[in-house]
Structure formats: structure tokens, C-alpha cells
Design a protein around this ligand. Structure first.
Ligand code: NDP
Length: 333
């Protein structure tokens, strides 16, 4: 019922930022849960592009060494003193803060986890907590996609992109996606992209102009950043929205306000954390994602599984654009 004796667990740790080789497989002591905390034995860990930003130092971790990872599903193995509402044996998921998911076990604040419905496989849950909740707030809250809107989604075959295309299609939007290869284009089509632009061969601004008969799109969801930002602005119609939510190719260059004034545009640079900071927002957002898995709106693509100890290979594949859909790391895989 209360804290167990702490023991060493295996985890991936970063002592200095750099390439995938800085991800070290080590024994670490994670301690016992304190007030308001639980200990979770992870069954599956979601790999996200943000893990690469932290590994390379683009985003700064609070301290080194650190255990990366911001998404996992596992079973509660201990609860902090006096904690109610969570029990040993519960299957729970979390996404976002705190870092530390690349470990066999981790300590989490109890108010950051959500229960996983028994109908959803833990590996599936670990593939959609962070990416699915991101798709939810991007499509429903940062800009509210309605039936008949035309939207542009960059990296349409990626983890977040695949879920966004399926969800936006179900909302009745006309979905234009960009991808780098023919294989990725085939997946994006299956996911409900009405028009797929292969950036290796085509200029996406020209194609969007063509597809929309010169009018432009209501919203661009841009997670690529540096390479696409300017073109994304060019794809917008009057009073369009640019939702710049990532920087896989690097941080976008600064723009003058006059770039927005040219078409009365809106620009936002949102973060999942700010859309799930309150407990009720977290539960509602995760609940909507789980419901959309259960009702078939979202077909989860768990396209890549790696043993946790092989996290470096997984990072290398993700940053070299070799992956599609979601990637999970399995602690005992
Ligand atoms: P993805 O699976 O989408 O992988 C990134 C994809 O970006 C690649 O597969 C690639 O697709 C494309 N890409 C374009 N240029 C580059 C480049 N130079 N280097 C690497 N990839 C490139 O990753 P995730 O689903 O984990 O994340 C998608 C994006 O969403 C990331 O930018 C991430 O930071 C962001 N994000 C933001 C959140 C927020 O709240 N702000 C929350 C969650 C994710 P292709 O080859 O088809 O171009």
C-alpha cells in the first residue's frame, strides 16, 4: 500500500548533449514515491521529436545527467504516503512533464497521469497520448477546424501528422499534406489526405495555390519550421492562421509584423503543456483521444518498436526521416 524499498532500474541517461550516441543505457536509482507521487513500471514509452530537441540541447533540460522521455504507459507499483485515488496495479498513462520516461520505472506526480481504458492496448496508448493530445488541441483549440475548411499539414506521415490527417478528415476538412517520399505519400493518402505534396519533387506553395485556385488555406499546421515557415505564410488565405508547433528542420527565422499585415494573418506558437495544464483539460483531452481510438476515427500506426536499450537507433531513424507514424520503446523488448 505504501512505498516499496527502492532499487536500481535500467534507464537511458544523457550526461552531455549531442548525437544519438549520448543516450547511455545505465543503472539508476529512482527512489520511492513521496507525497502526491506514484511509482510506475513502464510497459511502453512513446518516442517524440521533442526528445531529440532535448538530447541535442535545442531545448535545455533542467539538469544533467537527465533521463529523457515525456510519454509512457505503465502499471502503478507503489503510491506515496496518504495518496488516494490511485492503486497498485492501475494502468496509467502520461504525456508532457516531467521528463524521465526512458526508464524501466519512474516516479510521477499522481495528478499528471490518466487511467488507460482497458480496451486500449498499452502500446497503442503510449503511441497516442502525446501525439493524439497534440492533434486534439491543434485541430480543436489552437484553431478550430470546421467542415469545409481547407488545411495544410506538414510532415503528414509522421507521428502527429498521421493522427491529424485522420482526425481533420473526420471533421470534414479538405486536407492537404506534405511528405518527403512516395512511400510516405501512400500512407498520408490512406490517412485521409485529399491532396499529398511530395516535397522532394514539388514546390508546396505552388501546389497549394493550384489546389485552392489561388485563394490559399484557412490554416497551416507547421512542425517543420525553418524550411517551411515562409512558404507556410504564403499558403494562407486572408485572415488565415499559421500554427507553428515544431521545428524539425530548425527554428524559423524571425519575421516582421508586416508579414502578417500583408493578409491580416494570425500566428501562434503553441505548446501541449499549456493546453493540458489543468487537470480537467488533461482528462478531457486524453478522453477525446481514447474515444476517437475506440470509435475508429483514429487508426493508430505503431510502425516502429525498439527495445528501450536501443533508443539511440530509434532517435537516429526519427531524425533521419526514416520513420512514419508512431515509435515506441519497450523496456523489456
Ligand atoms: P514525426 O514523426 O512527425 O517526425 C518528424 C518529421 O518531420 C519527419 O518524419 C519528416 O517527415 C519531417 N521533417 C521535415 N524536415 C525535417 C528535418 N530537417 N529533419 C527531420 N525531420 C524533418 O515526429 P513527431 O510526430 O514526434 O513530431 C512532429 C512535430 O510536432 C515535431 O516538430 C514536434 O516537435 C512537434 N510537436 C509539437 C508539440 C507542441 O505542442 N508544440 C507537441 C508534439 C509534437 P518528411 O520526411 O515527410 O518531411
Amino acid at each position: 500500500k505504501f512505498a516499496t524499498v527502492s532499487a536500481m532500474v535500467k534507464a537511458i541517461r544523457v550526461h552531455e548533449v549531442g548525437g544519438p550516441e549520448v543516450l547511455k543505457w545505465e543503472d539508476v536509482e529512482i527512489g520511492d514515491p513521496k507525497d502526491g507521487e506514484i511509482k510506475v513500471r513502464n510497459k511502453a514509452i512513446g518516442l517524440n521529436f521533442i526528445d531529440i530537441y532535448f538530447r541535442t540541447g535545442v531545448y535545455k533540460a533542467a539538469a544533467v545527467p537527465f533521463i529523457p522521455g515525456m510519454e509512457a504507459v505503465g502499471v502503478v507499483t507503489a503510491v506515496g504516503p496518504g495518496l488516494t485515488g490511485r492503486q497498485i496495479g492501475d494502468i496509467v498513462a502520461y504525456a508532457g512533464n516531467p521528463m524521465g520516461a526512458y526508464a524501466e520505472e519512474q516516479i510521477l506526480p499522481a495528478d499528471k497521469v490518466v487511467p488507460v481504458p482497458s480496451s486500449i492496448d498499452p502500446i497503442v496508448a503510449a503511441s497516442i497520448m502525446l501525439k493524439g493530445m497534440t492533434a486534439q488541441y491543434l485541430l480543436r483549440r489552437s484553431f478550430k477546424v470546421e467542415r469545409g475548411h481547407t488545411i495544410l499539414v506538414h510532415a503528414a506521415a509522421g507521428g502527429v501528422g498521421s493522427l491529424m490527417c485522420q482526425w481533420a478528415n473526420a471533421l470534414g476538412a479538405i486536407v492537404i499534406g506534405t511528405v518527403s517520399t512516395e512511400e510516405k505519400a501512400a500512407q498520408a493518402k490512406e490517412d485521409g489526405c485529399h491532396h499529398v505534396i511530395i516535397t522532394k519533387h514539388e514546390n508546396f506553395v505552388e501546389r497549394v495555390t493550384d489546389i485552392t485556385s489561388g485563394e490559399g488555406v484557412e490554416v497551416v499546421y507547421d512542425s517543420v519550421g525553418k524550411d517551411t515557415f515562409e512558404g507556410s505564410l504564403a499558403c494562407l488565405k486572408f485572415r488565415g492562421y499559421l500554427v507553428s508547433f515544431g521545428q524539425a528542420s530548425g527554428a524559423p527565422d524571425p519575421i516582421p509584423l508586416s508579414a502578417l499585415a500583408a493578409k491580416s494573418l494570425f500566428l501562434t506558437r503553441p505548446s501541449l503543456m499549456h493546453y493540458t495544464a489543468k487537470r480537467d483539460e488533461l482528462l478531457e483531452t486524453a478522453g477525446e483521444v481514447f474515444a476517437n481510438v475506440a470509435n475508429g476515427v483514429l487508426r493508430v500506426r505503431v510502425n516502429h518498436k525498439y527495445p528501450l536499450s536501443q533508443a539511440a537507433q530509434a532517435h537516429s531513424d526519427l531524425e533521419n526521416r526514416k520513420t512514419t507514424g508512431s515509435i515506441v520503446l519497450i523496456p523489456d523488448g
